[in-house]
Design a protein around this ligand. Structure first.
Ligand code: 3HC
Length: 287
């Protein structure tokens, strides 16, 4: 089955970008669903800003931009969003209860043979698949932030995921202009976050122990390792709360050596979540 219609559940930092690449690069018809009009409006305004950047750089024409926007249909109605979709990509908050409720409802409206995927960064794919009637048609489809620019999609097999599902997701990811890697076993953090989150956590530990300033830690890693952003800027960019949450999952599933730094916990509790709240290690209100 060729995937022509995509439904993205969630219009936040990841959802809007996934909806955009589905419409812009894979040229699919896209429904983007969220639970409040203001979330949808914010998602659409992020998409507008992003496509305008592509136009300014002459990577797409004005006409193409209009066509991309015309292919994206924001909606509050879950049934309407899901009912005709060949592929459903869940990108709601990283909370298993929310994911369970959205996936169970979406599954009840999905057409026969639809593939359901999750953009989760850490929750077990096998467990998420168990919320649907056809776990063989379910897998992880993990994009990276910002999805419009980052080249990778991690494809994660759940215990029951079929080869057909994996092959279909490899193909559609390639149509979205992405490179893919297959995570053969459903293991916490998959490949990238298993390596990235302990590295970010270690940067928090350096601040917590007073070993160096946040600015110098970022400078050291940018210039010493050629990262495009230092680890503390990156944690701000991704969300300190998201980073904390993933660290907790790694600790729970893989052991104490992955325990989150107390500073990660404190900043999350204080609402210093980074770019999305305007303040983390750095002030994002002026950017
Ligand atoms: N859409 C379109 N264009 C965009 C964009 C978007 N959403 N965001 C940025 N751009 C463009 C900018 O306009 C800019 O264009 P220009 O070069 O013509 O000025 C260009 O991209 C570069 O942007 P900036 O100048 O703002 O900043 P940078 O040079 O630092 O690039 C970046 C931004 C591509 C985000 C780069 O900093 C980067 O690669 N950072 C690391 C990101 C990363 O590691 N992501 C993965 C995180 S892990 C993850 O997501 C997993 C999850 O589960 C936690």
């Amino acid at each position: 089955m060729e995937i022509k219609k995509v439904c993205v559940l969630g219009s936040g930092l990841m959802g809007h970008g996934i909806a955009q690449v589905s419409a812009q690069v894979a040229k699919c018809d896209v429904t983007m669903r969220d639970v409040k009009q203001e979330f949808l409006d914010k998602g659409m305004s992020m998409i507008n800003r992003s496509v305008q950047k592509f136009v300014q750089k002459q990577l797409i024409s004005e006409q193409a931009m209009k066509e991309v926007l015309g292919r994206i249909h924001p909606t509050l109605n879950l049934e309407e969003a899901v009912v005709n979709a060949d592929l459903i990509i869940e990108a709601v908050p990283e909370n298993i209860k929310i994911k369970q409720s959205v996936l169970t409802e979406a599954d009840s409206y999905a057409k026969d043979g639809a593939i359901i995927t999750s953009n989760t960064s850490s929750i077990s794919i096998t467990e998420l698949a168990s919320f649907t009637k056809h776990p063989e048609n379910f897998c992880g489809m993990h994009f990276f932030n910002p999805p419009q620019l980052m080249k990778l999609v991690e494809i994660i097999r759940g215990v029951k995921t079929s080869d057909e599902t994996v092959n279909a997701i490899v193909k559609v990811s390639e149509r979205m202009g992405k490179e893919t890697v297959i995570v053969k076993k459903d293991s916490a953090g998959f490949i990238v976050n298993r390596i990235l989150v302990p590295a970010l956590n270690e940067a928090f530990n350096l601040v917590w122990e007073g070993v160096a300033s946040p600015e110098d830690i970022d400078k050291a890693i940018k210039l010493g390792l050629n990262w495009p952003m230092g680890p503390l800027t990156l944690a701000d960019y991704l969300g300190i709360d998201t980073t904390f949450y993933i660290a907790e999952v790694l600790q729970g599933e893989l052991g104490e050596k992955y325990a989150p730094c107390p500073l990660l916990r404190q900043m999350t509790r204080a609402g210093l979540t980074g770019r999305k709240s305007g303040k983390g290690f750095y002030d994002w209100t002026k950017k």
